[in-house]
Design a protein around this ligand. Structure first.
Ligand SMILES: COc1ccc(NC(=O)[C@H](C)Nc2nc3c(cnn3-c3ccccc3C)c(=O)[nH]2)cc1
Length: 326
């Protein structure tokens, strides 16, 4: 099943640009080739003189630095990157932003959860882990993901930016740090409110506005599973709850505070998801659709369907528990 990026059909290259792409049908080795195809089809390899072998070495080292945990693994990195790739094409971002900003966004997506251990920032801080100590409780995970990304880029054979100028590298480094640190969900309202405040007068020629948009786009890509077809999205929720339950089991064992929506004794799959979609996902996606109306049908409609699906499941679950109670 080995594929070289030369052998990926035109049909697959088009499918790769859509939010309906099903990651579950592809092996890791094929996903590595699909990631290369993204750099080629966005003309990054030509524009930034990225040698194919360096791109391959970079992606392989990234692959090695993701851990085998239920959710924050290499397949999640691919899903976030593929959604970012789809958004770039759907919104025709190439006609509105410099290629270097798109290169920052795609590379940030690939690197955004590097070496995630399956335990979130609340755990890192409460358990006083090495990461919490090193980063003084300030987004310890996201700081770590970003530091690992630049450790990889320090290796010449993996440095996809090695043929760029110092100024270009500085701009890329600043952008990747901003994007990866923006994926800390405790900053969700800060970033969303900033975007809401600039939306009425959004100006693509303003660097400040572009920076906020780039953070919104990686945030949208990061939590966008429910924008995908149900048969692609639902397994991801099972993986997420598995990872969350592993954490809350550990917190109980270690006598640490347990996050309510992670407690297997408290959370039900549908009720946690309806809350997340109504209060986190839809408000974020609706704001982005204000800037790119085409996202209504491609992203928001599927999410509304998912909300209906989980609301029905929630009702069915309630009826069942009531019947059992009688
Ligand atoms: C404001 O910070 C928050 C807000 C919500 C959540 N998570 C949830 O509400 C629940 C558990 N659901 C949920 N959480 C999700 C999804 C996708 N990513 N994601 C997630 C994963 C890890 C950390 C944070 C989030 C939002 C998803 O489809 N559902 C986690 C953190």
């Amino acid at each position: 099943l080995q594929m070289s990026s030369l052998e990926v059909s035109e049909e697959v290259r088009q499918y790769l640009k859509t939010p309906t792409f099903d990651n579950w049908q592809w092996e890791d080795a094929e996903i590595m080739v699909l990631l290369q195809v993204m750099y080629v089809d966005l003309d990054f390899t030509a524009t930034f003189n990225i040698e194919p072998d360096v791109l391959h070495q970079f992606l392989f080292e990234i692959y090695r630095r993701y851990n085998n945990i239920p959710f924050h693994n290499f397949k999640h990195c691919f899903c976030v990157t593929q959604m970012m790739y789809g958004l770039i094409w759907l919104t025709d971002l190439r006609s509105k932003m410099d290629s270097i900003d798109l290169l920052i966004m795609l590379t940030s997506a690939i690197c955004h959860d590097l070496d995630h251990t399956g335990y979130n920032n609340a755990y890192q801080i409460n358990a006083r882990t090495e990461l919490a100590l090193r980063y003084n409780d300030i987004s310890p995970l996201e700081n770590h993901h970003c530091a690992v990304a630049f450790e990889v880029l320090e290796r010449t054979e993996c440095n996809i930016f090695r043929n760029l100028s110092m100024d270009q590298f500085k701009r890329i480094r600043e952008g990747i740090i901003k994007c990866i640190l923006a994926t800390d969900m405790t900053r969700h309202n800060e970033i969303l409110n900033k975007f809401k405040s600039i939306l009425p007068t959004f100006d693509f020629t303003s660097k400040e506005h572009r920076d906020v948009l780039m953070m919104i786009l990686i945030k949208v890509s990061d939590i966008s599973n429910e924008a995908r077809p149900m048969e692609v999205a639902e397994p991801w929720l099972d993986c997420l709850l598995q990872e969350f339950f592993n954490q809350s089991d550990m917190e109980k064992l270690e006598g640490l505070p347990v996050t309510p929506f992670m407690d297997r004794d408290k959370v039900s799959k549908p009720s946690s998801q309806t809350g997340f979609i109504r209060f986190v996902l839809l408000p974020l996606f609706i704001e982005l659709a204000n800037l790119f109306p085409c996202l209504e049908q491609h992203i928001i409609d599927p999410v509304r369907k998912a909300l209906d699906y989980y609301t029905e499941m929630e009702k069915a679950l309630e009826r069942e528990t009531q019947n059992r109670a009688h």
